[in-house]
Design a protein around this ligand. Structure first.
Ligand code: SF4
Length: 462
């Protein structure tokens, strides 16, 4: 957070606050505080405003045992006892945290021999697998702001998931080579014909220049058609092709031409392309990584003609940071097992949802619970049958009573830290409010101290 100034007797304003709610991590918010509560915000979108108010207003106990307030020491002792006695612990979450908390969670998982997984496994996991296979023509959001004259949103609705993305980075923002902002850009939305025409660029309902609607689950074929057109191979039997894809070949030819002839293009892609449905993970087709692979290949091939990039629209505030910390601590971004004393990576086998579905975890440590409701019914059923230890922010409501619950300080509001924007740019967080809540890093470190005292070295946390 930036400069604080006092307004009257009790109100204080804090400028340049970073918002950790979604992957945009807007760093220009202004909060008005009354003591230790946020009473109003400036430049916070419809997702951020209630989040900041709620996190500062909620006052649950620091520690709870079976739903009852408890002394922190007793809760730590109980949690450590449960974890130390587990045969197959699972550590899950990490995207509503910060680099120090993520590091501590991975370190604890290492010493426990646990499976450790992040929320990426139920959102952009297929995209990460595709990037690992074919690479990614990447860029920062700053480059897009300054250069992009063709912006394509594929399988995503930024008005709902990233309300200020268009304003700050991709559509309306002015840049060095885009001095007129919106007027310097062509904006296209591509997606499932059942939804795409209701998608909007921002919360004010701004429209793209063009909607391209396609049949559900035909992304792979549409991308293949675009690659053929780009390679100068005309599509045979255009009428039948149009019927199959749900979009005319002429529209695709025009899109391919626009992609080739722009100065700098970008495809922002969302979960509509990975085909993972957040409201029912069991509907995942399992082919999402192939869609993303095809898109990444198309974008790489476009670089023979012009400058083109692809970027994921990451949803949770620091899921990108969770990937990064997992990579530098274990070598892999998510779905890692430490059960043999060294990291093994296998999405599906070591993904939290599947581990729980198969009943393989006997204890679950949840570092943030906001995505647990997206687990399959079978996974949730098993989760309810085993001891759970939850670390979460004050205003987060858990679906069921955990065995042990710790309420932790909010990074960026109460505690310093680092989160990663969706383009992997690290952003420092400075606290503006005081709190008695410990950070998740502190709790995890205390647990490790109890479980493996000799394993805790200062260097583990430096
Ligand atoms: S767009 Fe995202 S990061 Fe920006 S204010 Fe809204 S929720 Fe926060």
């Amino acid at each position: 957070m930036g400069v604080a100034e006092t307004q009257g007797a009790t109100l204080t304003t804090v400028a340049d606050v970073t918002c950790p709610v979604c992957g945009c991590t807007c760093d220009d918010l202004k909060l008005t505080l009354d003591g230790d509560r946020v009473v109003s915000t400036e430049r916070a979108c419809g997702l951020a405003e209630p989040w900041f108010r709620d996190q500062s207003a909620a006052r649950p106990a620091i520690a709870e045992l079976d739903g009852h307030s408890a002394l922190l020491k007793d809760a730590l002792d109980r949690a450590a006892e449960i974890l130390a006695g587990a045969d197959a612990p699972l550590v899950y979450g990490l995207s509503r945290s910060s680099t120090p908390g993520q590091r501590a969670a991975v370190l604890l998982a290492d010493h426990l021999g646990a499976v450790v997984d992040t929320t990426a496994s139920i959102c952009h996991g297929p995209s990460i697998m595709a990037v690992q296979k074919v690479g990614e023509s990447t860029c920062t959001l700053g480059e897009i702001r300054n250069r992009a004259d063709l912006v394509i949103f594929w399988g995503c609705n930024p008005a709902v998931t990233h309300p200020r993305h268009a304003e700050r980075y991709s559509v309306f923002a002015t840049g060095r080579w885009t001095p007129q902002g919106r007027a310097d850009r062509k904006v296209i939305m591509v997606g499932d014909q059942r939804y795409v025409r209701n998608w909007r660029l921002d919360a004010d309902g701004a429209l793209p220049d063009q909607f391209i609607s396609i049949h559900p689950k035909r992304d792979f074929e549409v991308l293949t058609a675009l690659r053929s057109l780009l390679a100068g191979k005309p599509l045979a039997n255009a009428e039948r092709m149009s019927e199959t894809l749900g979009v005319s070949v002429d529209v695709l030819a025009d899109l391919a031409q626009q992609m080739k002839s722009c100065r700098c293009g970008i495809v922002f892609f969302g979960l509509g392309l990975t085909e993972t449905k957040l409201d029912a993970i069991t509907e995942t087709s399992g082919q999402g990584h192939l869609n993303v692979e095809n898109l990444l290949k198309l974008v790489a091939e476009l670089n023979a003609f012009t400058r083109f990039h692809a970027r994921r629209m990451r949803i949770q505030g620091d899921v990108t940071g969770a990937d990064s910390v997992m990579c530098w601590q274990t070598g892999y971004p998510f779905s890692v097992s430490m059960s043999r004393g060294y990291p093994r990576y296998n999405p599906g086998e070591f993904s939290a949802n599947e581990v729980l579905e198969r009943g393989e975890a006997d204890v679950c440590l949840l570092v943030g619970t906001e995505t647990v409701s997206f687990f399959s019914p079978a996974a949730r059923q098993h989760l309810e049958s085993i001891p759970t230890i939850v670390l979460d922010y004050p205003a987060t409501v858990t679906e069921r009573l955990p065995t042990v619950k710790f309420t932790t300080a909010v990074y960026g509001l109460h505690a310093p830290g680092t989160i990663y924007r969706m383009d992997e740019v690290p952003i420092g967080l400075r606290p503006g409010l005081k709190t008695a809540y410990p950070t998740d890093e502190t709790i995890l470190r205390e647990l490790l101290t109890r479980i493996a005292p000799r394993a805790v070295r200062a260097s583990d946390f430096d």
